[in-house]
Design a protein around this ligand. Structure first.
Ligand code: GLY
Length: 363
């Protein structure tokens, strides 16, 4: 297990424990738990027994009073009403400003529980325990919390860092292949945005990761999570362009998710969004043929199933990307790629370029 400690620019120091088969987190981080009067473990009502067993191994029943709160499955959890229900539950059960929320689940659980932690009594301590591959390398880290509004993702939210993120790859042992492939969409993103050493780790482990190899998964989670946390430490609020690198593929990806009515897994949408970015970069004359082929080959390696759920409606796509909160007032704004690890934000791309990338991404 590796333990990282980061001083976040606008916030306090946050810690991350990355590894496999960890045990008794309160014993490992006694300072963090010393002042907590009560713990609330939040997870999805669809959590399999293996997830609950592992969560209990990480946070064994001890001397602190605790309560359990079950969220509705997947994105259905991410509503203002659910955040209100969790906050009311905490209040009714006597939780104070010194209490602690432990969120164990996929990105929807950590987003919602982190959001509730940020508003309950103006902010209580929380611990993020991402249990899917995707959440362990992205959604469960970095303190962006959110709920969805009006069919659009993450429209209301806060920055509220978990005091500790625990990424234990033993949670991934029973993940179905489709979930590993979805998480691998984010993994390929790291190969496109990261330095050479990180790209090397992803390239070396990609096919083994897709096959569920435990050592490969642990190597990828440790390397990607550490890289993300370094970016977050330097640019928590997405202000200097460093954290924005993590959004590669996400503007088009979020539009594809919306156009699929929630039937396209996030990581697959991101993988198609990455392809969109590579084609748009090539069409803009930013990305040469050789690099295009090399980077696009990593997306090919995911063997994505056809994106049949996504409506082929280019006008709707244009509307969605212009409303994206990352557009910052421009007609459209995308992160483009100049080469491995070299990114270039671009605004107001021509419709002809967008159309070619849209068609290519959904092929
Ligand atoms: N998922 C992008 C970020 O955390 O900034």
């Amino acid at each position: 297990m590796k333990i990282f400690s980061f001083k976040i620019q606008h916030s306090r120091t946050v810690k991350a424990a990355l590894g496999r088969n960890m045990e008794d987190i309160p014993a490992l981080f006694p300072e963090l738990f010393k002042s907590a009067d009560k713990l609330c473990l939040v997870t999805g009502s669809d959590a399999p027994p293996s997830l609950r067993a592992r969560a209990l191994a990480l946070f064994p029943e001890g001397k602190k009073p605790r309560a359990y709160f079950w969220l509705p499955p997947s994105e259905k959890a991410k509503t203002l009403e659910q955040a209100g229900e969790l906050a009311s539950f905490l209040f009714e059960n006597g939780f104070s400003r010194s209490s602690m929320i432990i969120a164990a689940g996929g990105g929807a659980v950590t987003d919602l529980a982190g959001f509730a932690a940020s508003i309950y009594m103006r902010g209580v301590t929380w611990i993020s325990v991402p249990t899917t591959f995707l959440a362990q390398i992205d959604a469960g880290l970095g303190g962006k919390t959110a709920v969805n509004l009006g069919g659009a993702k993450n429209i209301a939210g806060t920055f509220h860092q978990p005091a500790l993120a625990v990424c234990d790859t033993a949670f991934l042992d029973s993940l179905p292949h489709a979930e590993l492939r979805s998480g691998a969409g984010e993994l390929v993103k790291y190969a496109l945005i990261g330095p050479g050493a990180l790209r090397g780790i992803v390239e070396k482990n990609l096919s083994k990761t897709l096959a569920g190899d435990k050592a490969a998964l642990t190597a990828c989670v440790s390397a990607c999570a550490a890289y993300k946390l370094k970016l977050v430490a330097k640019d928590e609020r997405d202000e200097t362009g460093l954290r924005e690198r993590l959004n590669l593929g996400h503007t088009a990806g979020h539009a594809f998710e919306a156009m699929a009515g929630g039937r396209l897994p996030h990581g697959e949408a991101v993988a198609r969004g990455l392809r969109f970015a590579l084609i748009a970069s090539r069409e803009q004359g930013l990305l040469g043929r050789t690099d295009f082929k090399k980077l696009n080959g990593l997306i090919d390696a995911l063997r994505l199933p056809p994106a049949t759920a996504v409506r082929r409606d280019f006008r709707q796509f244009l509307g969605l990307v212009s409303r994206d909160k990352k557009a910052r007032g421009a007609r459209n704004r995308f992160i483009l790629v100049e080469g491995p690890g070299r990114l270039h934000p671009a605004e107001d791309l021509k419709t002809t370029v967008l159309k070619k990338a849209f068609q290519g991404a959904l092929k």
